[in-house]
Ligand binder design. Structure first.
Ligand SMILES: [Cu+2]
Length: 170
């Protein structure tokens, strides 16, 4: 349900399947305990903006690797007073951004945030993070809060697969 960019390639989904197989033994261990809702960030980056700007956006993938549905309640970043998940909708010649509200992710489902589509809007920034630094982003679910480090970049990384091998190491 949560694939706002139907024209997008399916690679992240394929990668997710691969990773699930790779984490099979972990899944077995978890299944012996209580059902785990596990949110994971992948390929996250924040667009670098001039220091005078108070807004920017972050992109990447938020996946539910758990065995139960997860409801994303919100996102946060310590350098921004407000953070919201937005989707972009075309209205005539203009693109409007609409807050997504609560986002439910079924087991194995991913929310893909990318330029021109859904994104994480960061607002009320007094001190814009400099290019090529790292910042922390957090996603809050009804049961959990999961944070990640994101690179601040002037433009989108060439390959969305950067960091893939790193990711597979667990
Ligand atoms: Cu926005």
């Amino acid at each position: 349900m949560m694939n706002p960019s139907s024209g997008d390639n399916l690679t992240p989904v394929n990668r997710l399947k691969t990773a699930i197989i790779g984490c099979h033994s972990l899944a077995l261990m978890l299944s012996m305990g209580t059902a785990q809702a596990a949110i994971e960030w992948q390929n996250v980056w924040v667009r670098a903006m001039p220091p005078t700007q108070q807004m920017t956006a972050a992109y990447g993938t938020i996946s539910n690797r758990g065995t139960t549905s997860v409801t994303l309640k919100g996102v946060s970043a310590d350098f921004a007073t407000r953070a919201e998940l937005h989707r972009s909708v075309q209205q005539g010649n203009a693109v409007r951004m609409i807050p997504m509200g609560l986002v439910e992710l079924a087991p194995g489902e991913s929310l893909i945030l990318k330029p021109g589509g859904a994104h994480l809007m960061l607002m009320g920034i007094d001190s814009m993070p400099a290019p090529d630094t790292s910042v922390s982003l957090c996603a809050t679910t009804t049961s959990d809060s999961v944070c990640t480090m994101a690179r601040v970049l002037r433009r989108a990384p060439k390959s969305p697969h950067d960091g893939h091998s790193e990711h597979m190491s667990h």
